[in-house]
Design a protein around this ligand. Sequence first.
Ligand SMILES: C[S@@+](CC[C@H](N)C(=O)[O-])C[C@H]1O[C@@H](n2cnc3c(N)ncnc32)[C@H](O)[C@@H]1O
Length: 214
Amino acid sequence: MSAERRHGLWHLLSRAGVYDTLQAVLGAEKWRRALIEDHAKPLAGERILDLGCGTGALRRYVRQADYLGIDRNPDYIAAASERYPPASDWMAADVADLAAIETGRFDVVVGAGLLHHLDDTVSQDMIRTAASLLKPGGRLAMLDPVFIDGQHPIARRLAELDRGCHVRRPDEYRALLSPVFQSVEIVIRDDLLNLPYNHAISIGRSPNQGGHGA
Ligand SMILES: C[S@@+](CC[C@H](N)C(=O)[O-])C[C@H]1O[C@@H](n2cnc3c(N)ncnc32)[C@H](O)[C@@H]1O
């Protein structure tokens, strides 16, 4: 299965302006704020890596942090670095190549809407690499649409129509993190969009001491 739908209307979303407008209409700022303020909780001075950063919308919630955003869409990265200089905070690259990129280490790794764009193999490799980049006590927090039992039909249909082809169930998100993190939490939220919708926030925590990851 391809990782993303790129034909017809979905193709338009690869343009930064179209993507930003649609996200604003849907009320996406709510889930970005929640990912950072309720779940990732970066502290002042911490170093944060934003995987699949898109047009840089998470940056406004982590202004106090030392930040690096990575996305494979150069149009999104150009928009992000214009909005939030310096350009050195932004990198056009595929997360499948994360292990080969010299980034240094981080307190927090986030991905807002990334995992459901990646198949299991790319997701697991990326999560393993991300965990190896975490400092002791660091955490990874990824937010994605989710399929759950008893889901509102509109929420289910929106998840089915998503540009990302790998929307998963809670246990499937857990299975991506569990081989790497001893502590994994999956939080389901239904309050982060102006429509019936369900998000899963997948959180992995590194031990405070004695290394990181498995
Ligand atoms: C739903 S968008 C979320 C963007 C951003 N995090 C936000 O909050 O608006 C998913 C993002 O993942 C990026 N993406 C998908 N596959 C990727 C990959 N293999 N490497 C890097 N970025 C990727 C897309 O370009 C897109 O910007």
